[in-house]
Design a binder for this molecule. Structure first.
Ligand code: HEC
Length: 465
C-alpha cells in the first residue's frame, strides 16, 4: 500500500512545539533585524563622518559594533541554528518544502552572512587602523552584505505564506516561488522596523557616552531614525496586509487574540513617544531605559507580529501545500508533488503512517485511547497543545458534557471534510475519529469549554449539530 511519509512527531507538552519555534525565532528576529539595520546605519554614519570631519561618530560605530558582536552576532548565531534545529523536528516537511525550492538561496545567504561577520569584526577591531576611505568601503560592504541576507530570507518567509506567483504550482521555478507582492511588502515592512530596532538598541550604547554634547547629537540622530522608521513601518504594514491571501485576512479579522491589535498599536505609540522624549530631552536617554524599551519591543511588538504571521498562514505551514500537521494537502505538478489526502481518505492514517508500531495500526477496544493519542499527536499537536497549557490547548474546545460520539461527530463534520478555514482537511476513518474522540475525552475536559466564549460556542454548536 502507498504510505505517507510523516515523520515521528516532536511532542513538547508544556508549550507545544510551535511555540518553542516561535520563541527562538522571535528572539532571533530582534538580533538579526537590529544588526542589519545597524549595518546600513553604520554605512550612512561613516559616510557622514567622512564628509563632515566627525571622527567621533566613528567611535560610536566602533562601540555599537562591539555591542552587536555580543548582542546580535553571538546570540543571533545561537538562535539562528536554533531555528533550524527546532523547525527540523517540529515541521520536518515544511522545512523540506523550503529546501526543495530554496537551497541555493540559502547558500547565497550564507555567503553574504560570512561577509557580514567578517565585516563587523573589521569595523570593530580595525577601526583606528584603517585609513578613512578604506573604513568607508568596509562599512558600505558590511551594510550591503547584511541587507542581502535579509532580502534572501524575506523571499523565503513570504513563500511560507504563499508562492510569489500563482503559476508556480504548475511551473515550479525558484524565482516564481520567491518574487511576489507579499515579498516586497514584507521586505519594506521589515526594512523599516529594523531601523526602529537599531535606534532602540543603539540607545543602550549612546547612553554611556560621557561627553554631553556628543551624547545629545547621537541621541537625536537615533531618535529621528526611530520616529521616521516607526511611522514608515506602520504604513508598510498596511501595504503588507493588502498582499495577504483572502483566508489570512479572514483569520486576521476573526481569529486573533483580542490583545493582538492593542499590543501592536500600543508599542508603536510608545516607541514614537519614547523617541520624542529622547529627542527633546537627550538626558532622558539612559541605558536601563533603552534596555527596557528593547525588551518591550520584543514582547509587545515582535512576539505578536510573529504569532500573527504564523496564525494567518494556517492551515498551511509552507507554500499553501504543506499543512501545519505535515500532510501534503495539494498537488504541485511543477514540483512533482502529489496531495496525500486521497491516500489517507482511502486507507486512514493508522494504516499509512510509516513510523508506527504494527499493533497500533488496527484499533481494538484495548488500544483505542492509545491509538487516539497517536492520531492527536500526528494530526493535531502541531497546532494544539494536548495538555492544559501552551498553544490552543485541545481540551479547551470540548466540555465534559460532550459524549465520545458527539466529539467524533464533530471531528468528522469539521475536520474530515476540511470545513474550517484555519484547520487542515484531516480525513479520519470512522473508527479513527472514535479513537481520537476517546482520547480527547480523557483530557480531563472542563465542565464548560474554557476557550473564549465565541470560540467555545462555535465549537459546541458544531458538536451539537
Ligand atoms: C493547522 C493547525 C491546526 C491543526 C493541525 C488542527 N487545528 Fe484545530 N484549530 C486551529 C485553529 C487556528 C483554531 C482556531 C482557534 C481559535 O481561534 O482559538 C482551531 C480550533 C479548533 C477547535 C475549535 C472549534 C472550531 O472549529 O474552531 C477544535 C474543536 C479543534 N480545533 C480541534 C482540532 C483537532 C481535534 C485537531 C486534530 C485532529 C485539530 N484541531 C488540528 C488550528 C489547527
Amino acid at each position: 500500500m502507498e504510505m505517507i511519509g510523516l515523520y515521528p512527531t516532536w511532542f513538547e507538552p508544556g508549550l507545544g512545539s510551535g511555540w518553542i519555534v516561535g520563541l527562538i525565532a522571535t528572539i532571533h528576529v530582534l538580533f538579526s533585524h537590529t544588526s542589519v539595520g545597524a549595518a546600513i546605519f553604520f554605512a550612512f554614519l561613516a559616510n557622514y563622518a567622512h564628509r563632515h570631519q566627525r571622527p567621533d561618530l566613528l567611535e560610536f560605530i566602533r562601540r555599537y559594533g562591539l555591542f552587536l558582536l555580543v548582542f546580535s552576532y553571538v546570540l543571533g548565531s545561537i538562535t539562528g541554528p536554533g531555528i533550524w534545529y527546532s523547525t527540523t523536528v517540529a515541521s520536518p516537511r515544511g522545512i523540506s518544502a523550503l529546501i526543495h525550492s530554496f537551497v541555493w538561496m540559502w547558500a547565497t545567504e550564507w555567503v553574504f552572512f560570512v561577509i557580514e561577520v567578517v565585516g563587523v569584526y573589521m569595523l570593530v577591531y580595525l577601526a583606528n587602523r584603517l585609513n578613512a576611505r578604506t573604513h568607508l568601503k568596509v562599512s558600505v560592504i558590511f551594510g550591503l552584505a547584511s541587507y542581502t541576507t535579509m532580502l534572501v530570507i524575506v523571499g523565503i518567509l513570504s513563500f511560507m505564506m504563499w508562492p510569489g506567483q500563482a503559476g508556480w504550482y504548475e511551473t515550479g521555478g525558484v524565482l516564481n516561488a520567491f518574487y511576489g507582492p507579499n515579498t516586497f511588502a514584507q521586505l519594506g515592512m521589515r526594512s523599516a522596523f529594523m531601523f526602529t530596532m537599531t535606534a532602540v538598541v543603539g540607545g543602550i550604547v549612546a547612553a554611556r557616552f560621557q561627553d554631553a554634547a556628543f551624547k545629545k547629537d547621537v541621541a537625536r540622530k537615533l531618535a529621528w531614525l526611530g520616529i521616521c522608521s516607526a511611522v514608515a513601518g506602520a504604513a508598510m504594514f498596511q501595504w503588507y496586509l493588502n498582499t495577504l491571501p483572502e483566508t489570512a485576512a479572514l483569520v486576521l479579522a476573526n481569529r486573533l487574540p483580542a490583545w493582538f491589535q492593542p499590543a501592536l498599536l500600543g508599542i508603536l505609540g510608545a516607541t514614537v513617544a519614547y523617541f520624542a522624549m529622547t529627542l527633546l530631552q537627550p538626558r532622558t536617554l539612559v541605558a536601563g531605559g533603552a534596555a527596557a524599551m528593547t525588551l518591550a519591543v520584543l514582547v509587545f511588538g515582535l512576539w505578536p507580529e510573529e504569532v500573527a504571521r504564523e496564525s494567518i498562514r494556517k492551515p498551511w505551514v509552507a507554500g499553501q501545500y504543506v499543512y501545519s500537521n505535515q500532510v501534503v494537502g495539494r498537488d504541485v505538478p511543477g514540483m512533482g508533488v502529489r496531495s496525500e489526502i486521497p491516500t489517507i481518505e482511502a486507507h486512514g492514517f493508522l494504516k499509512t503512517m510509516v513510523f508506527l508500531p504494527d499493533h497500533q495500526r488496527t484499533i481494538t477496544d484495548s488500544n483505542r485511547v492509545e491509538a487516539g493519542r497517536v492520531l492527536a499527536l500526528a494530526t493535531c499537536s502541531n497546532c494544539h497543545s494536548l495538555s492544559a497549557t501552551g498553544m490552543r490547548p485541545l481540551r479547551n474546545y470540548f466540555s465534559a458534557s460532550n459524549s465520545t460520539s458527539e466529539i467524533a461527530d464533530y471531528l468528522q463534520a469539521a475536520l474530515s471534510t476540511g470545513n474550517t478555514l484555519y484547520m487542515p482537511q484531516i480525513p479520519f476513518k470512522d473508527d479513527e475519529a472514535l479513537a481520537l474522540a476517546s482520547f480527547i475525552a480523557t483530557l480531563n475536559l472542563p465542565s464548560a469549554p474554557a476557550a473564549t466564549q465565541a470560540k467555545a460556542q462555535a465549537a459546541t454548536s458544531t458538536i451539537k449539530e
